[in-house]
Design a protein around this ligand. Structure first.
Ligand code: BES
Ligand code: ZN
Length: 632
């Protein structure tokens, strides 16, 4: 059914031109691309104080120094403002920043005020600046040592053990703890930065490095970066440490600590091929280079799609590229998320669900159908498990929500991916791929909402009333649970493993084929073993399947989870070692949760371990552990 869009998105100030000038050998963005904002009610972000329809930031220029001793970042942020001539008030987001002065472009003081701090949820406090007729504002500030976006690692927390390390994590609303700007995914900004760091540390950012660092002659160097495409500010990211670079393909490469680099480089060896596969699917890669940095294990996520510089946990390294869906995922965000961005966090599925679908298509193109179907089947099992726990009617199970990620990855990621898979099956791959490609092209460098996605499908994909009925689009996006038309995974994907699970449950048969299985098959097996296992059974499984010795952290995690759920004391030292080594929330939070659920047996163990590891975890991981250890 071809329908006209019913005017759901009003775009303001669209102009798309960027010019670069060269000053002292340094290109400067003079007229950055200005992206539109959305003004519809469903695109209003209640996690920002900004009033972008009145005055908004279009460009950020940071000049900051990293102080590793004090764990502080400070300097200036120059903001370029787009506002009506009469507009006098600029509202920014901050959380914990110490603002010493606000001036205009020639250094005259501007009046400013920090409003009331909201303690819950990290919204922080508004910084209100009286513009006094100017449209260029300089903020002089320092971020506190406990800025949540930043994690300062001691040398002991690195692989090399000799130098400190710093990384940032902006998504969702953490960047306001180190950058005073309008921190909303619907307010895109170009940016540039000059970052001073002590020698011999190197600095990378989610922007393009400009030449060699400048030696300041005082034991420090200044690094410059530019992002000339408008991005949501959660994508501004930094890392600094003793790191080296190694190329993969002509536009791909990886950074890591010197001792990690060989293993990291080997693991991501398919990246150039993945970029080629992604481009063949959904169009040109628009960001120039695709580099990655493998961070120390304290990084709280598996990966983060920072433009031109994906951040990765080292815990995905398995030696056999079996966890490389992670790289495909972060790469796919270069389209879904970074090019077309959810305007509000309640529509995260537009970033994560579309990306998870796209990830699976890259995996299929690079590793084949079997692996892609198996990974899809694991996602489907995850949806089923969560819906089984919370019920098909639970409001949080709609894709479009007004909240965050309480249900982990099952809804925004996996249900989102199965939505697109279902549409693909109904309309056919060729039509679906053409539609998704035009979605990215027509909304490139712009925010989007669930309503826009729906309207675009109705206008540009759906061919008849009968097809509209069959697709159940509004059910998928706005209703809880899993619609009846879901394109289920192929039951053959895990037929052999599922038979082995049944044989174990019936007769305790240990599958002799286990060592030859793919990582996904091994995970499927471990995930589906009976919930209650005796110490004798656990010992037998460990001994015959080599679970404690696996080099794959995803599998190690499943083993430890299953062991602790059954109060298997011999696994405690390994769990303790794992929880001390790894800071990834996806692993750490559930293991503490399992221990906590084990009452008198597990709680003292959890408390003992957490007392030792607490200070080494990122604020995101700590918040997750605190939550599970507060349960009764
Ligand atoms: N953008 C997310 C990470 C994220 C999500 C940060 C929510 C802050 C809030 C990233 O792309 C992601 O999804 N990472 C996953 C890996 C993926 C393969 C499912 C992760 O970290 O586990
Ligand atoms: Zn993601």
């Amino acid at each position: 059914m071809q329908r006209l869009a019913s005017g759901i998105a009003i775009l303001l100030a669209t102009s798309a031109c960027t010019t670069m000038e060269v000053h002292d050998g340094m290109p400067i963005v003079t007229e950055p691309m200005v992206a539109p904002i959305l003004t519809t009610p469903e695109a209003q972000d209640n996690l920002t104080y900004a009033e972008p329809e009145k005055a908004r930031v279009t460009h950020v220029a940071l000049d900051l120094a990293l102080d590793f001793a004090a764990k502080r970042v400070g300097g200036t942020a120059d903001l370029r403002i787009l506002a009506d001539p009469g507009e006098e008030r600029l509202v920014l987001d901050t959380n914990g920043l110490e603002i010493s002065r606000v001036t205009d472009h020639v250094g005259r003081d501007l009046t400013f005020e920090i409003g009331e701090q909201v303690e819950e949820g990290g919204k922080g406090a508004p910084l209100i600046v009286m513009l006094n007729g100017v449209r260029n504002v300089r903020i002089h500030y320092m971020a506190p040592a406990d800025a949540e976006a930043l994690q300062w690692l001691s040398p002991e927390q690195t692989a090399g053990g000799e130098y400190p390390f710093l990384f940032s994590q902006g998504q969702a609303i953490l960047n306001r703890t180190w950058i005073p700007t309008q921190d909303s995914p619907g307010i895109r900004q170009t940016w540039e930065a000059r970052i001073i760091a002590p020698k011999p540390l190197d600095v990378v950012m989610s922007g393009v490095a400009q030449g060699e660092p400048e030696d300041l002659g005082d034991g420090r160097r200044a690094f410059r970066f530019i992002m000339d495409k408008p991005v949501p500010p959660y994508l501004i990211a930094i890392a600094a440490g003793d790191i080296d670079f190694r190329a993969i393909g002509p536009r791909t490469g990886v950074w890591a600590e010197p001792t990690v680099l060989p293993r990291a480089h080997a693991e991501v060896g398919d990246t150039e091929e993945m970029v080629v596969a992604a481009e063949e699917l959904y169009g040109e890669y628009r960001w120039g280079r695709y580099d990655m940095i493998v961070l120390p294990p304290a990084f709280p996520y598996g990966g983060m799609e920072n433009p031109v510089m994906t951040f990765l946990t080292p815990t995905f390294i398995a030696g056999d590229r079996s966890n490389n869906g992670l790289v495909a995922h972060e790469l796919a965000h270069s389209w879904s998320g970074n090019l077309v961005t959810n305007a509000v966090w309640g529509d995260s599925w537009l970033n994560e669900g579309v990306t998870t679908y796209f990830e699976n298509r890259i995996v299929e193109a690079v590793y084949g159908k079997k692996r892609a179907e198996q990974e899809a089947a694991l996602m489907y099992a995850n949806i089923q498990e969560v819906l089984g726990e919370v019920g098909n009617d639970a409001p949080g199970t709609a894709l479009s929500t007004d909240g965050g990620y309480e249900l982990g990855s099952a809804i925004a990621y996996d249900k989102g991916a199965f939505f697109l898979r279902t549409v693909e099956r109904i309309v056919g791959r060729e039509r679906f791929d053409a539609w998704l490609r035009q979605w990215f092209d027509n909304h490139a460098f712009q925010p989007a909402t669930s309503e826009m996605f729906y309207e675009d499908m109705m206008q540009n994909l759906v061919a008849s009333e009968a097809e509209a009925q069959a697709l159940m689009l509004r059910d998928w996006i706005f209703a809880p649970g899993l619609p009846s038309n879901v394109a289920k995974p192929d039951p053959a994907a895990f037929a052999e493993v599922d038979a082995a699970v049944a044989a174990y449950a019936d007769r305790r048969t240990i599958p002799t084929a286990y060592p030859n299985w793919t990582a996904a098959e091994q995970m499927r097996f471990l995930d589906n073993l009976p919930a209650t296992l005796s110490a004798e059974q656990l010992a037998e499984l460990d001994a015959s399947l080599g679970l404690s010795d696996t080099g794959n952290n995803e599998i190690l995690f499943l083993w430890l989870e299953m062991a602790l759920e059954n109060r298997y004391a011999p696994a405690v030292p390994l769990a303790e070692e794992f929880l001390a080594r790894v800071g990834r929330a996806k692993f750490v939070r559930p293991l503490f949760g399992v221990l906590w659920d084990q009452g008198d047996w597990g709680r003292p163990i959890a408390q003992r371990i957490y007392a030792k590891t607490h200070d080494t975890y990122h604020a995101v991981t700590r918040a997750g552990v605190d939550r599970v250890m507060a349960a009764d």
